[in-house]
Design a protein around this ligand. Structure first.
Ligand code: NDP
Length: 275
């Protein structure tokens, strides 16, 4: 039986996951299939029941199902439990599904591929949406001494800080948060194509700090360009997207794929083609 996996979402046509997983299937010579399946919210429960056949090894989950899928699964791993969102589902036998969240390890792997994380210096996290929540769990898991978080809607940041240890700052003070920081992360959608730029004065940011932006359309965001110009090391958002896919692929197809320059080029071409 050919192993099947895929991505469910609504819409799902924009997903880059098929490009990533099909690249690895071809590269590793694995007879598997990876499909994009449109699943509107009303069909979610039915769709999952249909996937409970031996053929489906699991699937990725994208908007708007990352949280609503949780009660429909049989169990969650501790990270997905802590983050409260699932982006990877793995069949664990007898038609049962485990929910996982690979955004946190994907973020760390992407960062580590470029530079060691300095845990004894503050990390600054901008944003309090779904991606910020996974990143906060990741920062916490590596024992960063101080995590500062700011979000336009301060209440959302406070909700995050009630689950993970972090100091909440006002969005208006985001420039002041950069004093002494070892890591700056933009986890808002600001800077993405069609969105306003992130307005942030970097003057207080030490030049040895690493700056990462999880926005990957465009790859070189205004934040990353400005940071690079003043001498900071920068990490773009594509790395997180590629590294988060490793966990699902390994679980479904039984081989650990690599994030290479060839994969990056392949996915960048898909992004350029999508416009
Ligand atoms: P959410 O919708 O959950 O969160 C959006 C975040 O952006 C919130 O913090 C929101 O603040 C903030 N924001 C939006 N507009 C503004 C604005 N005008 N001014 C200030 N803040 C604003 O999205 P996600 O967390 O899922 O995704 C965020 C970004 O990260 C997206 O661009 C997404 O494409 C990217 N992403 C990248 C991944 C990767 O692998 N590289 C993985 C997941 C996401 P507020 O709460 O105040 O609305």
């Amino acid at each position: 039986m050919i192993a099947r996996a895929g991505v469910i979402g609504w819409p799902v046509g924009h997903s880059l996951s098929p490009h990533i997983h099909r690249f690895w299937l071809a590269e590793l010579g694995i007879q598997g299939r990876y499909e994009a399946v449109v699943v509107p919210p009303d069909w979610l429960a039915d769709a999952i029941d249909r996937f409970r056949t031996g053929e489906w090894r699991g699937f990725n989950v994208t908007v708007p199902h990352k949280e609503s899928i949780i009660p429909l699964l049989d169990c969650l791993n501790p990270l997905a439990q802590a983050i409260g969102a699932v982006n990877t589902v793995v069949a664990i036998g007898e038609g049962r599904f485990e929910g996982r969240n690979s955004d946190a390890p994907g973020f760390l792997a992407s960062l580590s591929a470029v530079s060691a994380i300095e845990t004894d210096r503050p990390a600054v996290l901008l944003g309090a949406g779904g991606a910020a929540r996974a990143i906060l769990a990741a920062l916490n898991s590596v024992g960063i001494s101080e995590i500062r978080i700011a979000n336009r809607d301060r209440v959302r940041a406070e909700i995050l800080a009630s689950s993970f240890p972090a100091k909440v700052w006002d969005w208006a003070d985001r420039g002041l948060m950069l004093d002494d920081a070892g890591l700056l992360i933009n986890a808002t959608s600001l800077g993405m194509v069609g969105q306003p730029q992130l307005e942030l004065d970097l003057i207080r940011l030490p030049t040895r700090a690493i700056v990462t932006d999880i926005v990957y359309r465009p790859l070189a965001t205004d934040l990353l360009l400005r940071a690079q110009e003043r001498g900071n090391s920068v990490v773009d958002g594509l790395g997180m997207l590629l590294h988060q896919a490793v966990e699902g692929f390994s679980a479904w197809f039984g081989a650990t794929p690599k994030v290479t320059q060839e994969l990056r080029a392949h996915v960048l071409a898909a992004i350029a083609h999508a416009g």
